[in-house]
Design a protein around this ligand. Structure first.
Ligand code: GLY
Ligand code: MN
Ligand code: MN
Length: 365
C-alpha cells in the first residue's frame, strides 16, 4: 500500500508542477483518502513540491499517522498544545515563501473560501478542478482487487437473497436482506441505498425499496452493490416472478442486447459517448428511445459515481485500460414497469472484463 501511495503522491506532484501550482489544498474527502490513505471522517491535505501535510484533529492523529505514511500529520485545534487549521496552512506557506495556493473549487464552500482568504492574506487563491479526480479514473492493481471483492460480496448476497423475491415479501425486506448478507460476508456497508422496484415501480429508474409487496407476474429491478475498504461495486438484475409475458420478454431482450452491444464496444481509445451510442442505437431501433433517459454508465471506485461518464454528452474522454465503469442501459415505461441490466466492468488492453459473474438470461423465480 505504501508504494501505491508514494506513486500517487509523486504523480500528483508532477501534475501540480505541469499546471504551475505551488501548493494544493485537498479538502475533498475521497481525494484525501486516495492521495494519503487516511480514511477518517475529518482531515485535509496540503501538498507542495517538497512537503505533504495531513491536518486533522485530536481524534484522528494516531489513525492518520498509521494510515498515511507519506504525510506529516499535524494536529489542529484551539487548545494551547494545538494550532488552528488555518494557522498551520498560513505558516507552512509563509515558511516556504509560497504566495499562491490552489484549492479544489468543487470541495470548498463559499464560507470556507472566505475564511481561507482572510487567514491567508497576501496569498493568491487559485481554484482548481479535477486534479486528483483525473488520477483516480485509472485504477491500480490494489484498487482493482478491492473492487473485485466488492463485486463478489454483492453477488454472493444477491444469490442468497433471490429466493426471497416472491409474492408477499416487501421490496424493503429484500433490500434489507441483501444488505445484511453483504455485511455479514465482510462488506463495510451498502454501496448506496438499494433499488428494489417491483411491477409498475420498475419504471422509476431510481425507485428506492418501498413497502410494496411483490406480486405474481411482477418484473423486479434490483440495483445493489457493496462497499469494501472504501471501494464500491454496482450491479442491476431484473427478474420475473412466476413467469414473463411476451411484452416483458421483448423489453428484457432489447435491454440485454443493448447491454451486450455496449460491453462489446468497451475498449481503450473508445469514448464514453461511443459506448453510450452502442446501447442507445439498439434501444432506439426497437422503438424505446424515449424510455431510456439516463446515461449508459459511469466510473466506480472510491465513489459510487465518478469519472468517466458513459453518456451522450460530455463523454468525449477516451477509455483507458484500468478504468472501472458500469454498463447499465434500461427501458422504463410509466405505469407498466422497467428493465435495467448493469454490470461493473474493468477496461483491459484488449476490451473489457465483466467483473459481475451473475448470469443475465431471463430469470423466472
Ligand atoms: N445505483 C445507481 C446506479 O446504478 O448508478
Ligand atoms: Mn446501480
Ligand atoms: Mn450504476
Amino acid at each position: 500500500m505504501k508504494e501505491a501511495l508514494e506513486r500517487r503522491l509523486s504523480i500528483l506532484r508532477q501534475r501540480l508542477s505541469d499546471s504551475g501550482i505551488d501548493a494544493l489544498l485537498i479538502m475533498d474527502p475521497l481525494n484525501r483518502v486516495y492521495i494519503s490513505g487516511f480514511r477518517g471522517s475529518a482531515g485535509d491535505l496540503l501538498v507542495t513540491a517538497d512537503g505533504a501535510w495531513l491536518l486533522t484533529d485530536f481524534r484522528y492523529v494516531e489513525a492518520a499517522t498509521g494510515e498515511a505514511p507519506c504525510f506529516e500529520v499535524l494536529r489542529c485545534g484551539p487548545k494551547p498544545e494545538e494550532k488552528p487549521f488555518l494557522d498551520h496552512v498560513r505558516d507552512i506557506l509563509s515558511s516556504r515563501n509560497i504566495n499562491r495556493l490552489s484549492f479544489e473549487a468543487a470541495a470548498v464552500t463559499y464560507k470556507q473560501y472566505e475564511t481561507l482568504k482572510t487567514a491567508c492574506e497576501g496569498v493568491e487563491l487559485q481554484p482548481s478542478e479535477g486534479i486528483v479526480e483525473g488520477l483516480r479514473v485509472v485504477k491500480d492493481e490494489g484498487e482493482i482487487s478491492l473492487i473485485r471483492k466488492a463485486v463478489a460480496l454483492a453477488e454472493e448476497a444477491y444469490k442468497a437473497t433471490l429466493p426471497l423475491v416472491k409474492p408477499g415479501v416487501s421490496e424493503r425486506e429484500i433490500a434489507l436482506e441483501l444488505e445484511i448478507l453483504m455485511r455479514r460476508k465482510g462488506a463495510e456497508g451498502a454501496a448506496f441505498d438499494f433499488i428494489v422496484a417491483a411491477g409498475e415501480r420498475g419504471a422509476l429508474p431510481h425507485g428506492l425499496a418501498s413497502d410494496r409487496l411483490i406480486r405474481e407476474g411482477d418484473m423486479v429491478v434490483l440495483d445493489f452493490g457493496a462497499r469494501y475498504q472504501g471501494y464500491h461495486s454496482d450491479m442491476t438484475r431484473t427478474v420475473f416472478v412466476g413467469g414473463a409475458t411476451e411484452r416483458q420478454q421483448t423489453v428484457y431482450e432489447v435491454v440485454l442486447r443493448a447491454q451486450e452491444a455496449a460491453l462489446d464496444r468497451v475498449r481503450p481509445g473508445v469514448t464514453g459517448a461511443e459506448v453510450d451510442a452502442a446501447a442507445r442505437d439498439i434501444i432506439e431501433a426497437a422503438g424505446y428511445g424515449a424510455n431510456f433517459g439516463h446515461g449508459t454508465g459511469h466510473g466506480v471506485g472510491l465513489n459510487i459515481h465518478e469519472g468517466p461518464r458513459l453518456s451522450r454528452t460530455g463523454s468525449e474522454e477516451e477509455l483507458q485500460a484500468g478504468m472501472v465503469v458500469t454498463v447499465e442501459p434500461g427501458i422504463y415505461i410509466p405505469g407498466w414497469g422497467g428493465v435495467r441490466i448493469e454490470d461493473t466492468v474493468l477496461v483491459t488492453s484488449g476490451g473489457c472484463e465483466v467483473l459481475c459473474r451473475t448470469g443475465k438470461g431471463l430469470t423466472i423465480i
